[in-house]
Design a protein around this ligand. Sequence first.
Ligand code: 1HE
Length: 258
Amino acid sequence: MTSHPDIQLEIDGDVAIVRLNRAAKRNALSDSLILGVRATFENLPSSVRAAVLDGAGDHFCAGLDLSELTDRDAGAGLHHSRMWHAALEEVQYGPVPVVAALHGAVVGGGLELAASCHVRVADETTFYALPEGSRGIFVGGGGAVRIPRLIGTARMTDMMLTGRVYQAAEGERVGFAQYLVPKGEAFAKALELAKRVAQNAPLTNYALMHALPRIAEQPADQGFLTEALMAAIAQSAPEAKQRVRDFLEGRAAKVGKS
Ligand code: 1HE
């Protein structure tokens, strides 16, 4: 396991709780902290089957640590952005599905980080913004790719051109979050969901993390083939066969009943 002074890592059964722990700076992501996020997800114990990503204090994450935004030349800026890409790839395509517990500011690089997670739970205090537009910069943490896939290119363009801020309820409606919960309840809901995710067959979770987003990028004809290959692999696992037998023999829950 990797430790970083601004990351709290806790293992709760088969769920890892990863918490940005820099509340005094609203969990702003310094270079060191973004590298810490990468190392944490890279080095999760093999017993972990799902993760929750949370932020300490009143805000999930205020984005890039602006105090480090010194005058980089073009080459350094390119490498800096690629460093973010590598870190957030580790969240999206790392070992396990990640449920984000959102509250307060989810802005700039914080929104890019949230967008790299697999499920987003937001409480009523959550707000989403891309202040890069007003800071004279551009997204650099994969937001240009991931955010339009959540809310559409037109909405992202509007956010960056006009500084529009989406509040929690509207944010859920447009697709930033899949769940909206009362103030202070995002973490508990995210943990409940992560525990459920952890119970899935690992190959099913693998397919959802690695095949589904790629199928979405493929022409339909190739997507159907990728789907069929993934389906064949998933159903061949002994665990899948056992789960189907459990249902047929009345040992597994029916849909909609726990
Ligand atoms: C920071 C940062 C930060 C807070 N970098 N230090 N992101 C932004 O443009 C968002 C900037 N932050 C804010 O708009 C506000 O801080 C919040 C709405 C998030 C929270 O407001 P509030 O009133 O609770 O806190 P605060 O008093 O503004 O901030 C508390 C401290 O955190 C203060 O430092 P202090 O030493 O004076 O106590 C702030 O300076 C510090 N702080 N946010 C550095 N972001 C891969 S590219 C991604 C590009 C981006 O992410 S650009 C968007 C950056």
